[in-house]
Design a protein around this ligand. Sequence first.
Ligand code: NAD
Length: 543
Amino acid sequence: MVNNVVTPPKPSNEPILGYAPGSPERAAVLAEYERQSKIVVEVPCIINGEEIFTGNVVEQVMPHDHKHVIARVHLAGEKEIKAAIDASLDAHEMWSSMAWDSRAAIFLKLAEMIAGPRRAEINAATMMNQSKTAHQAEIDAACELIDFLNFNVYYARGIYEDQQPPISPKGVWNTVEVRPLEGFVFAVTPFNFTAIGGNLPTAPAIMGNTAVWKPSRNSYLSNYLLMKMMEDAGLPPGVINFIPAKASQAGDICMSHKMLAGVHFTGSTGVFRNMWKTVGDNIANYLNYPRIVGETGGKDFIIAHPEADAQAVKIAMIRGSFEYQGQKCSASSRAYIPQSMWDEIKDDYAAEVSKIKVGDVKDLSNFLGAVIDKKSFDNIKGYIDRAAAEPGCSFVTGGTYDESVGYFVQPTTILCEDPNWESMVEEIFGPVLSVYVFPDNEWKQTLELVDKTSEYALTGAIFARDRRDIEYASKKLKYAAGNFYINDKPTGSIVGQQPFGGARGSGTNDKAGSAANLTRWISARSIKENFTPPHDWTYSFLD
Ligand code: NAD
């Protein structure tokens, strides 16, 4: 498969720029934000390299300024969705037979473009479209995306090269061919990370697959600009086909197609379960059994031991729960704090959170922007309002919201007497942290509670000092999180350092940005060649 290729050294993570006052990156991203905010982009479908303006248009707005339209998006209908599938199937032979190094070079070039000349463009679009601060856009649309591309190419090269050659007895030559899947991959992406938008179609493509990419209705602009960058990096027509579309229509058409080879999904648990059901309903109609990879929701926890570093716990609660408005799948949204520690940190915690500024992301003094849309705002508001009406709940911080200009929710901390109150159990996906205070002598029982409270198992953090407590908690919570943190917040995983994904209701745990994920997009062919085939059917045991 790979000829004369030397594996390069492992790539290093893209350095995160600081955006300090006076820095060139700050000036660049703000200038780009200003430029982009003055235009309304017509976003087409991109099928077989052609831009298709269907005329069935929806508007995309800034979540923090919802009267400000940033894009008019031309939705794909049945005709375009089917055309996108056809285009990906037509491109399959060309793409899968292209020299591996040529394929890889496209994605390495894309990473270089984003690291350099296109960095401000994709970051500014992510700020506008998904209401990320400059810092949050930088760690997502620039750094994580660059890391996904560079590391996936590195891991892919390893998969091709590291095939353990099978044993070949005398007269026989055995080999294993690493093939892409037969058919197309349906990549369905969430709003909250531009990097995931990029990763889900490109990871299968790096392994020689072609894809239909259905972006989220809340990140059309940033995802479209990324698609254009892929083309500028040299991606041939038809390899990735970009179809903004009504989700259920795209889902029904793609997932009932005979040539569906795989689903690469990130989003909520309910949507993923429905998609899996659809695949199940169609299972007899497919040419192959589709690979199903899905990273889904979370109800991520922090639990502190009474002897833990209280200051570190306090900071983890703030950063882990509220950055990007709590809209990271990894965001902590339930915390279990021992009574003595709570008494110590409560006032200081509330005072610190009250310093957090919420507002327009182009004002870099804001720590939080808006939540993504009206539907999400109303959902979060519902949790806050129900907690306000519940005698067993009280607000330590926040509890207020305002949608007059943008969908703003103040960082909210709910103290819950009942550890099974809805906000301790369900994914809210907003800046809402629920806290349960437990008696100091109930550390072990509380670990049990953490494990059993929610259906999810994405991320979680324990804070403790004594190694025996750390070891005990690690064992007790073995299946409670796919990404487990000791004395650190449960967000901020880095490609190549902490491969990301959860189990239980949180996904198939195929670890985005790792070799494990890439192996889902290949299907091996074992080949035996016999140099001396037998010319006689009888065996020696016969008389
Ligand atoms: P979502 O489930 O609403 O949407 C995700 C994608 O699925 C979108 O593109 C949407 O249009 C599409 N979709 C919806 N119904 C569909 C259908 N019937 N057929 C085909 N596609 C369909 O999620 P979201 O609001 O965009 O993102 C937030 C969710 O994603 C949260 O639950 C969060 O925890 C999760 N998430 C998980 C991870 C992870 O790695 N585990 C990472 C990011 C986000």
